[in-house]
Design a protein around this ligand. Sequence first.
Ligand code: GDP
Ligand code: GDP
Length: 440
Amino acid sequence: MMENPTVAIVGRPNVGKSTLFNRLIAERKAVVEKSPNVTRDRIYGRARWKGETFEVVDTGGLDLESSAEIAQNIKYQVDKAIEEADIILFVVDVREGISPLDREISQKLRKCDREVIVAANKMDDFSAQDEPWEFYNLGFEDVLPISAEHGKNIGDLCDKIFARIDIDDFKKNSADDKEILGVAIAGKPNSGKSTLVNQILGQERVIVSPEPGTTRDAVDSIFERADNKFKLIDTAGLRKKSKVEEDVEYYSNLRAIRAIERADVVVMMIDSVEGITEQDKKIAGYAHDEGRPIILALNKWDLIEKDTHTADIFREEVYRQMKFLRFAPVIFISALTGKRVGEVLDLIEYVYDQTLQRISTGLLNEVVEEAVQMNDPPAYKGKKLNIYYATQPEVQPPVFVFFVNDPELVHFAYERYLENKIREAFGFVGTPIILKFKER
Ligand code: GDP
Ligand code: GDP
């Protein structure tokens, strides 16, 4: 999976971080759950500039009242930024000048090995104000005046970001990664993710294993199985447990999102004893929206009292609660005892093959024609939908384009019917598929 450079936005409250974040992003990737002391939901987005893509993280997710809390939070925020990002945008306010908090942040940032760009924000009127010279006193080479609110110099800022990132290096690294199947083990805290990771790494031939607390580049574990290489994404993060109680859910969601972004396949760990929770739905929903193949692993199966129907009952309950994941295989495992952990790896390979399936136009149209013959699209507003033909232009996730007389006439139920027919004919087990309708 292609990996993009990540830019983190840091700064004290009110300098314009969220305004800048919203300016930069083309596409909001996630609305992360609000936890008690997190008052912002915007946190993670994707930006595009001159054909290149980068991820943006607004690390200032904590909005605190007292100055003591703010100061304490700065340390946390900056640590997160350094951990998450390749480049840091340090936002300051030209109207207020350098404040003690700005100095504190810059002290921390100077010690890290990330590139830092100072965005001197609220420079609304370029002609009326001087260059923001005073901000060079913070000790960074790059200081750029911007106005987040009025969209001034944002392009120059993006140029500066890319001047500081070796984009070819990123591309080369992702090309090297092509042969390795990236797996994200997602799930809420205590669902058994770390136990599964340890079980797998204990069973398989490990090539690279991270030590907790080492650099950002070594957090993935790579192992080999038969002729295939797998990468367990972000496993150091899995092992490390947050100390801040209220933030556990918030940051575990953020981590899950970032792991899912980088994954080819997502293994969603569900605690069988607890059943499906809102957090499970949220994480799974995100994997689904991202088009990733998903395996639902019902873990701690050793703790469940079973008879011959138990598995079926659990499977139905999972699908009932997460209707959007009916295509995802369910497997009952025990990460602790190792039961069916090998099968999880088999399934990962299988669903990955499924998401790479490409159906020929001829075969696809046979299936579509038959589907239409069996169940003619119902008329809508007195007009009838005509499907002329379909193609599959993309894989991973598979995309199907239907050329029709009028896309407005496609009813949700009929779209689902077509999706079911495609799945009946070709499988696509475990992978979301996308149907698009275009006027011809
Ligand atoms: P954050 O706390 O750092 O995320 O700051 P916000 O993005 O919430 O912005 C704080 C305030 O500054 C808001 O009232 C914004 O409208 C304002 N603001 C942000 N960028 C600019 C700017 O470029 N010029 C001016 N004049 N105001 C801005
Ligand atoms: P994580 O927070 O998702 O990484 O969860 P952990 O791997 O730390 O597991 C949380 C707790 O559940 C630990 O006490 C594990 O020993 C336990 N656990 C994990 N998997 C299983 C399992 O399959 N069966 C049982 N009985 N306990 C498990």
